[in-house]
Write a new protein. Structure first.
Length: 169
């Protein structure tokens, strides 16, 4: 009997030390962020193409007729954040919120790598009005001991939209 009790206690201690994933508690960006721009499609499209050319982003597909741009997988290393115990991001400017592993120090998120795909749609809704949509998706967290999920904070999408709007003449 003593042997079984000892085995049970050892198992209990080992389970309490096992790492677990702390899920994200905050509400993060789901789907595209859209912006209504009071400029014609042509001007917005040119601003989008200029931004892509200036940043050197690798693009998988550009289709002017549909207004769709799909970027290739991009690295978001160093642009990640985890949540504190209250569910707030430790870096509110981060592009991706990442689950964390309970047994690791919170700063371990700095070692993680993240990649994602983003797409953009430019759509005319009138002669002088265009809708610009940006979506960061297919987020993968790498170099973590356990598989972790990541969510877009919306900051990346807002940054792209702001850059494009500023570039529209």
């Amino acid at each position: 009997m003593y042997k079984y009790l000892l085995s049970f206690c050892i198992l209990l201690v080992l389970q309490s030390c096992a790492p677990s994933i702390v899920p994200l508690r905050g509400k993060y960006q789901q789907g595209s962020i859209k912006s209504k721009i009071e400029k014609p499609f042509e001007q917005v499209w040119e601003s989008v193409i200029d931004l892509i050319a200036e940043t050197g982003v690798s693009v998988k597909m550009i289709d002017r007729s549909s207004g769709l741009i799909i970027a290739d997988v991009a690295s978001f290393a160093g642009l990640l954040s985890y949540e504190d115990t209250k569910g707030n991001l430790t870096n509110p400017a981060a592009y991706i919120a990442v689950e964390r592993i309970s047994s690791e120090f919170p700063s371990s998120v700095a070692r993680y790598q993240a990649s994602a795909i983003w797409n953009m749609r430019v759509k005319a809704i009138g002669d002088n009005t265009t809708i610009l949509s940006v979506n960061l998706h297919s987020i993968r967290i790498e170099k973590a001991v356990l598989p972790l999920n990541g969510q877009s904070t919306g900051n990346f999408e807002k940054m792209l939209i702001d850059e494009i709007v500023d570039g529209v003449e």
